[in-house]
Design a binder for this molecule. Structure first.
Ligand code: ZN
Length: 308
Protein backbone atom coordinates (compact mmCIF):
# COMPACT_ATOMS: atom_id res chain seq x y z
CA UNK A 1 0.00 0.00 0.00
CA UNK A 2 1.25 3.48 -0.84
CA UNK A 3 0.43 6.81 0.73
CA UNK A 4 0.03 10.23 -0.81
CA UNK A 5 -1.00 13.73 0.13
CA UNK A 6 -3.08 15.94 -2.11
CA UNK A 7 -3.30 19.72 -1.89
CA UNK A 8 -6.76 20.33 -3.22
CA UNK A 9 -7.17 24.03 -2.67
CA UNK A 10 -8.52 25.29 -5.97
CA UNK A 11 -10.53 22.24 -6.87
CA UNK A 12 -11.56 21.05 -3.41
CA UNK A 13 -15.28 21.58 -3.66
CA UNK A 14 -15.70 20.18 -7.15
CA UNK A 15 -13.56 17.10 -6.51
CA UNK A 16 -15.20 16.42 -3.19
CA UNK A 17 -18.67 16.60 -4.70
CA UNK A 18 -17.63 14.26 -7.47
CA UNK A 19 -15.64 11.95 -5.12
CA UNK A 20 -12.59 11.83 -7.35
CA UNK A 21 -9.09 13.20 -7.74
CA UNK A 22 -8.09 14.55 -11.10
CA UNK A 23 -4.86 16.03 -12.45
CA UNK A 24 -4.04 17.19 -15.95
CA UNK A 25 -1.33 15.54 -18.01
CA UNK A 26 -0.04 18.94 -19.17
CA UNK A 27 -0.69 22.61 -18.62
CA UNK A 28 -1.66 24.89 -21.49
CA UNK A 29 1.97 25.50 -22.41
CA UNK A 30 2.63 21.75 -22.68
CA UNK A 31 4.59 21.35 -19.46
CA UNK A 32 4.10 18.48 -17.04
CA UNK A 33 5.12 17.93 -13.41
CA UNK A 34 5.78 15.01 -11.09
CA UNK A 35 2.98 16.21 -8.83
CA UNK A 36 0.61 15.46 -11.70
CA UNK A 37 2.20 12.35 -13.24
CA UNK A 38 2.49 10.72 -9.80
CA UNK A 39 -1.27 10.20 -10.09
CA UNK A 40 -0.37 7.16 -12.21
CA UNK A 41 1.19 5.53 -9.13
CA UNK A 42 -2.11 5.43 -7.23
CA UNK A 43 -3.49 1.90 -6.97
CA UNK A 44 -6.72 0.56 -5.56
CA UNK A 45 -6.77 0.77 -1.71
CA UNK A 46 -3.95 3.33 -1.56
CA UNK A 47 -4.49 6.10 0.95
CA UNK A 48 -4.38 9.79 0.13
CA UNK A 49 -4.32 12.42 2.87
CA UNK A 50 -6.49 15.26 1.75
CA UNK A 51 -5.34 18.80 2.50
CA UNK A 52 -7.31 21.98 2.35
CA UNK A 53 -6.30 25.38 3.72
CA UNK A 54 -3.28 24.05 5.65
CA UNK A 55 -5.24 21.27 7.31
CA UNK A 56 -5.64 17.55 6.95
CA UNK A 57 -9.39 17.35 6.47
CA UNK A 58 -10.09 13.91 5.07
CA UNK A 59 -8.53 10.49 4.48
CA UNK A 60 -9.21 9.19 1.00
CA UNK A 61 -9.13 5.58 -0.12
CA UNK A 62 -8.66 4.86 -3.82
CA UNK A 63 -11.54 2.78 -5.15
CA UNK A 64 -9.56 1.75 -8.23
CA UNK A 65 -6.22 2.15 -9.98
CA UNK A 66 -5.60 5.52 -11.58
CA UNK A 67 -6.84 5.82 -15.15
CA UNK A 68 -6.61 8.24 -18.07
CA UNK A 69 -9.63 10.47 -18.06
CA UNK A 70 -10.71 13.77 -19.56
CA UNK A 71 -11.20 16.74 -17.31
CA UNK A 72 -14.49 16.21 -15.44
CA UNK A 73 -17.11 18.80 -16.30
CA UNK A 74 -17.13 20.01 -12.69
CA UNK A 75 -13.62 21.43 -13.26
CA UNK A 76 -14.36 23.12 -16.58
CA UNK A 77 -15.18 26.41 -14.97
CA UNK A 78 -11.72 26.63 -13.46
CA UNK A 79 -10.37 26.23 -17.02
CA UNK A 80 -6.77 26.04 -15.83
CA UNK A 81 -5.49 23.00 -17.62
CA UNK A 82 -5.61 20.91 -20.77
CA UNK A 83 -8.39 18.37 -21.02
CA UNK A 84 -6.30 15.16 -20.97
CA UNK A 85 -5.68 13.97 -17.46
CA UNK A 86 -5.52 11.29 -14.77
CA UNK A 87 -8.44 10.38 -12.57
CA UNK A 88 -8.96 8.22 -9.49
CA UNK A 89 -12.33 7.64 -7.86
CA UNK A 90 -12.00 7.81 -4.09
CA UNK A 91 -13.92 7.41 -0.86
CA UNK A 92 -13.79 10.46 1.37
CA UNK A 93 -13.52 9.88 5.13
CA UNK A 94 -13.77 13.28 6.75
CA UNK A 95 -12.00 13.96 10.03
CA UNK A 96 -14.24 15.01 12.88
CA UNK A 97 -11.41 17.33 13.80
CA UNK A 98 -9.16 18.55 11.00
CA UNK A 99 -5.46 18.53 11.84
CA UNK A 100 -3.41 21.68 11.38
CA UNK A 101 -0.05 20.64 9.89
CA UNK A 102 1.74 23.62 11.41
CA UNK A 103 1.20 22.19 14.92
CA UNK A 104 3.18 19.06 14.03
CA UNK A 105 5.59 20.40 11.44
CA UNK A 106 8.83 19.53 13.25
CA UNK A 107 7.91 15.84 13.27
CA UNK A 108 6.43 15.90 9.80
CA UNK A 109 9.68 17.26 8.34
CA UNK A 110 11.67 14.50 10.02
CA UNK A 111 9.35 11.75 8.80
CA UNK A 112 8.70 12.73 5.20
CA UNK A 113 10.85 11.49 2.32
CA UNK A 114 13.52 13.76 0.90
CA UNK A 115 12.11 13.63 -2.63
CA UNK A 116 8.59 14.47 -3.78
CA UNK A 117 7.66 15.40 -0.22
CA UNK A 118 4.61 17.54 0.54
CA UNK A 119 6.36 20.18 2.65
CA UNK A 120 9.47 22.28 2.11
CA UNK A 121 12.17 22.90 4.71
CA UNK A 122 10.37 25.94 6.01
CA UNK A 123 7.32 23.81 6.71
CA UNK A 124 5.21 25.26 3.93
CA UNK A 125 3.26 23.10 1.53
CA UNK A 126 5.12 22.66 -1.77
CA UNK A 127 3.41 24.10 -4.81
CA UNK A 128 1.60 21.34 -6.62
CA UNK A 129 -1.11 18.74 -6.42
CA UNK A 130 -0.05 15.24 -5.36
CA UNK A 131 2.94 14.35 -3.18
CA UNK A 132 4.35 11.13 -1.75
CA UNK A 133 4.01 10.26 1.92
CA UNK A 134 6.43 7.85 3.64
CA UNK A 135 4.98 5.00 5.65
CA UNK A 136 6.48 6.61 8.76
CA UNK A 137 4.70 9.87 8.09
CA UNK A 138 1.46 8.03 7.32
CA UNK A 139 1.76 6.22 10.66
CA UNK A 140 2.36 9.53 12.37
CA UNK A 141 -0.76 11.05 10.78
CA UNK A 142 -2.73 8.03 11.96
CA UNK A 143 -1.37 8.46 15.47
CA UNK A 144 -2.67 12.03 15.56
CA UNK A 145 -5.94 10.95 14.00
CA UNK A 146 -6.27 8.27 16.68
CA UNK A 147 -6.07 10.89 19.40
CA UNK A 148 -8.64 13.21 17.91
CA UNK A 149 -10.76 11.05 15.62
CA UNK A 150 -11.33 7.64 17.17
CA UNK A 151 -13.71 6.36 14.51
CA UNK A 152 -11.31 6.83 11.65
CA UNK A 153 -8.37 5.15 13.32
CA UNK A 154 -10.29 1.91 13.67
CA UNK A 155 -11.06 1.94 9.98
CA UNK A 156 -7.43 2.33 9.02
CA UNK A 157 -5.77 0.09 11.60
CA UNK A 158 -2.35 -0.92 10.31
CA UNK A 159 -1.32 -4.52 9.94
CA UNK A 160 1.99 -4.24 11.72
CA UNK A 161 2.74 -7.78 12.74
CA UNK A 162 4.31 -10.56 10.69
CA UNK A 163 3.39 -14.23 10.31
CA UNK A 164 3.90 -16.43 13.34
CA UNK A 165 5.21 -19.23 11.09
CA UNK A 166 8.56 -17.51 10.95
CA UNK A 167 9.14 -17.96 14.66
CA UNK A 168 7.86 -21.52 14.70
CA UNK A 169 10.17 -22.33 11.80
CA UNK A 170 13.27 -20.85 13.41
CA UNK A 171 12.52 -22.43 16.76
CA UNK A 172 11.94 -25.88 15.35
CA UNK A 173 15.16 -25.62 13.35
CA UNK A 174 17.09 -24.74 16.46
CA UNK A 175 15.37 -27.25 18.70
CA UNK A 176 17.51 -30.11 17.49
CA UNK A 177 20.71 -28.06 17.56
CA UNK A 178 21.74 -29.11 21.05
CA UNK A 179 25.42 -28.45 20.40
CA UNK A 180 24.88 -24.70 20.16
CA UNK A 181 25.00 -22.45 23.19
CA UNK A 182 22.59 -19.54 23.68
CA UNK A 183 24.87 -16.92 22.10
CA UNK A 184 25.40 -19.06 19.02
CA UNK A 185 21.67 -19.62 18.74
CA UNK A 186 21.01 -15.89 18.91
CA UNK A 187 23.57 -15.28 16.17
CA UNK A 188 21.82 -17.79 13.91
CA UNK A 189 18.42 -16.33 14.71
CA UNK A 190 19.69 -12.87 13.85
CA UNK A 191 21.15 -13.88 10.52
CA UNK A 192 17.95 -15.76 9.67
CA UNK A 193 15.89 -12.75 10.59
CA UNK A 194 18.24 -10.61 8.51
CA UNK A 195 16.47 -11.91 5.41
CA UNK A 196 13.15 -12.85 6.89
CA UNK A 197 9.65 -11.45 6.87
CA UNK A 198 10.62 -9.38 9.92
CA UNK A 199 13.18 -7.53 7.84
CA UNK A 200 10.69 -7.24 5.01
CA UNK A 201 8.08 -5.66 7.19
CA UNK A 202 10.70 -3.34 8.70
CA UNK A 203 11.83 -2.36 5.21
CA UNK A 204 8.26 -1.45 4.43
CA UNK A 205 8.45 1.09 7.23
CA UNK A 206 11.96 2.51 6.94
CA UNK A 207 14.22 1.78 4.00
CA UNK A 208 17.56 2.79 5.54
CA UNK A 209 19.84 2.51 8.56
CA UNK A 210 17.95 4.43 11.21
CA UNK A 211 21.18 6.07 12.39
CA UNK A 212 23.30 6.88 9.34
CA UNK A 213 20.94 6.42 6.42
CA UNK A 214 22.73 3.67 4.47
CA UNK A 215 20.11 2.40 2.01
CA UNK A 216 21.72 -0.68 0.39
CA UNK A 217 19.31 -3.38 1.61
CA UNK A 218 21.97 -6.09 1.30
CA UNK A 219 23.81 -4.63 4.28
CA UNK A 220 20.88 -3.74 6.47
CA UNK A 221 20.17 -5.85 9.54
CA UNK A 222 16.77 -6.16 11.22
CA UNK A 223 17.80 -5.71 14.85
CA UNK A 224 15.48 -6.32 17.78
CA UNK A 225 15.43 -3.43 20.26
CA UNK A 226 14.46 -5.73 23.11
CA UNK A 227 16.50 -8.86 22.35
CA UNK A 228 14.90 -11.98 20.94
CA UNK A 229 15.83 -14.07 23.98
CA UNK A 230 14.13 -11.62 26.38
CA UNK A 231 11.04 -11.02 24.22
CA UNK A 232 7.64 -12.67 24.24
CA UNK A 233 6.43 -14.19 20.98
CA UNK A 234 4.35 -11.11 20.37
CA UNK A 235 7.34 -8.84 20.97
CA UNK A 236 9.53 -10.95 18.68
CA UNK A 237 7.15 -10.30 15.80
CA UNK A 238 6.25 -6.71 16.55
CA UNK A 239 7.73 -4.44 13.90
CA UNK A 240 7.90 -1.70 16.51
CA UNK A 241 10.49 -3.82 18.30
CA UNK A 242 12.73 -3.60 15.26
CA UNK A 243 15.40 -1.20 14.08
CA UNK A 244 16.90 -1.38 10.65
CA UNK A 245 20.65 -0.81 11.07
CA UNK A 246 23.85 -1.04 9.06
CA UNK A 247 26.46 -3.56 10.31
CA UNK A 248 28.44 -0.94 12.30
CA UNK A 249 25.47 0.53 14.08
CA UNK A 250 23.92 -2.89 14.62
CA UNK A 251 27.11 -4.07 16.33
CA UNK A 252 27.19 -1.02 18.62
CA UNK A 253 23.48 -1.24 19.41
CA UNK A 254 23.39 -4.99 19.87
CA UNK A 255 26.28 -4.95 22.35
CA UNK A 256 24.85 -1.90 24.14
CA UNK A 257 27.65 0.51 23.25
CA UNK A 258 24.96 2.88 22.07
CA UNK A 259 21.32 3.45 23.00
CA UNK A 260 18.81 6.28 22.58
CA UNK A 261 17.21 8.63 25.11
CA UNK A 262 13.52 9.66 25.24
CA UNK A 263 14.07 12.34 22.62
CA UNK A 264 15.77 9.91 20.24
CA UNK A 265 19.25 11.34 20.88
CA UNK A 266 22.03 8.79 20.74
CA UNK A 267 23.78 7.83 24.00
CA UNK A 268 27.34 6.54 23.63
CA UNK A 269 29.32 4.43 26.12
CA UNK A 270 32.17 6.42 27.62
CA UNK A 271 34.53 3.52 27.01
CA UNK A 272 34.42 4.17 23.26
CA UNK A 273 37.39 6.35 22.33
CA UNK A 274 37.13 9.21 19.84
CA UNK A 275 38.88 7.37 17.02
CA UNK A 276 36.56 4.39 17.35
CA UNK A 277 33.58 6.71 17.32
CA UNK A 278 34.78 8.41 14.15
CA UNK A 279 35.54 5.12 12.41
CA UNK A 280 32.19 3.65 13.44
CA UNK A 281 30.45 6.84 12.30
CA UNK A 282 28.79 7.60 15.60
CA UNK A 283 28.59 10.88 17.50
CA UNK A 284 26.47 12.41 20.24
CA UNK A 285 24.58 14.76 17.92
CA UNK A 286 22.87 11.87 16.09
CA UNK A 287 19.18 11.44 16.63
CA UNK A 288 16.43 9.07 15.54
CA UNK A 289 12.65 9.41 15.42
CA UNK A 290 10.58 6.83 17.31
CA UNK A 291 6.88 6.25 17.66
CA UNK A 292 5.35 5.56 21.08
CA UNK A 293 5.63 1.81 20.88
CA UNK A 294 9.23 1.94 19.73
CA UNK A 295 9.85 4.22 22.72
CA UNK A 296 8.59 1.54 25.09
CA UNK A 297 10.99 -1.05 23.69
CA UNK A 298 13.79 1.50 23.70
CA UNK A 299 13.27 2.12 27.39
CA UNK A 300 14.12 -1.54 27.95
CA UNK A 301 17.25 -1.20 25.84
CA UNK A 302 18.26 2.03 27.56
CA UNK A 303 17.88 0.60 31.07
CA UNK A 304 20.04 -2.31 30.01
CA UNK A 305 22.58 0.11 28.48
CA UNK A 306 22.74 2.20 31.65
CA UNK A 307 23.19 -0.86 33.85
CA UNK A 308 25.80 -2.63 31.77
ZN1 ZN B 1 24.29 3.04 10.07
Amino acid sequence: MNFFLVFQNKSYKEERNGRYLWAPQKNNTGQTYHHWTDMKMIKKEDIIFNSYNGKLVSVLVAKENCKEHERPTGLDELDLWEKEGWLVNVDYNDLEEPITYKDYMEDILKLQNEKYAPFNRLGRGNTGYLFRVSKELANFFFEIIEKTNSVLRERFQFENSIPEEIITQIESDLHSATTLDETEKETIIKSRIGHSAFKKSLLAVEKKCKVCGITDERFLIASHIKPWSKSSNHERLDVNNGLLLCPNHDALFDKSYISFDETGKVMVKESLDDTTKILFNINETMRIVMNERQQQYMKWHRDNFLNS
